[in-house]
Design a protein around this ligand. Structure first.
Ligand SMILES: Nc1ncnc2c1ncn2[C@@H]1O[C@H](COP(=O)(O)OP(=O)(O)OP(=O)(O)O)[C@@H](O)[C@H]1O
Ligand SMILES: [Mg+2]
Length: 233
């Protein structure tokens, strides 16, 4: 889901150059803090989740975000996309943003095709760009046979594919994925990583929340959320 159209950074062209580490960052988060209210009044207290998180994403980088359950990964990602307000700190982004939330936000009565059409309109895509992107994503993730199926009749794995498709549709410079491969079968899982590698080669950047240590080699770097801070791992 694209949260808002953002000015495209002129430095991020489509020349196909791989990771340019000294290129201007596409996303910078500084000093992010967030706490949630816990318990009912009058005994409620604030539970700190993020206590000063800094994070930078550059073009062509695939970064993993790991941490225990409840460490604040989804909270951080929701702040990065602008869905949730931080208590303190700042986020600056350039380029278009794609977001795949941990809990898919879809319309039960709409089909896959109808979702794609709806999101393509919201992204301001041309019919031709929409057609091309739709064809590619259906083929890559292998769920074209469900194009006319309503979401409430899809399997969990296919819902996950649609969720990812909507995040990728407009070819965003920055892609933020909250456990996108949970529910994928092995074949889809491998295709997913091919897709990520292609984005990396095209200078796009991807931040992926993942639980699997076995994926370590697929990331340029891994950031761990621990005690409310982001530390390199
Ligand atoms: N809306 C909310 N209101 C109150 N507390 C919340 C809310 N959302 C998250 N929390 C709490 O904040 C902490 C961090 O939650 P978050 O969902 O960010 O963790 P996570 O690292 O994504 O976990 P998981 O690996 O299980 O997805 C948890 O203790 C959670 O209970
Ligand atoms: Mg989470």
């Amino acid at each position: 889901m694209v949260i808002e159209p953002l000015a495209v950074d002129p430095s991020s062209d489509e020349s196909g150059d791989a990771a340019v580490t000294d290129a201007a960052p596409l996303l910078v988060a500084e000093g992010l803090e967030k706490s949630y209210r816990r318990g009912g009044l009058p005994f409620s207290r604030r539970q700190p989740v993020l206590v000063g998180v800094d994070l930078v994403l550059r073009p062509g980088e695939v970064v993993g975000l790991v941490g225990e359950n409840g460490s604040g990964k989804s909270t951080l990602m929701r702040i990065l996309v602008g869905e949730l307000a931080a208590d303190a700190g700042s986020v600056t982004r350039s380029g278009r943003l794609g977001y795949c939330p941990q809990q898919p936000i879809l319309y039960e009565r709409l089909t896959c095709d109808e979702h794609i059409e709806l999101f393509a309109r919201a992204y301001g895509m041309t019919r031709e760009a929409e057609r091309r992107s739709r064809r590619e994503l259906y083929a890559t993730l292998g769920f074209e046979q469900y194009s006319g199926t309503r979401v409430d009749r899809l399997s969990g794995g296919t819902v996950a594919k649609l969720n990812l498709t909507l995040a990728l549709l407009a070819d965003p410079e920055v892609l933020l994925l909250d456990e996108p491969s949970a529910g994928f079968d092995w074949d889809t899982y491998l295709k997913f990583w091919e897709l990520v590698a292609r984005r990396r080669a095209a200078g796009r950047s991807v931040l992926i929340i993942s639980h699997f240590v076995t994926d370590d080699h697929r990331f340029d770097r891994i950031v761990e959320l621990r005690d409310g801070g982001a530390v390199p791992r």
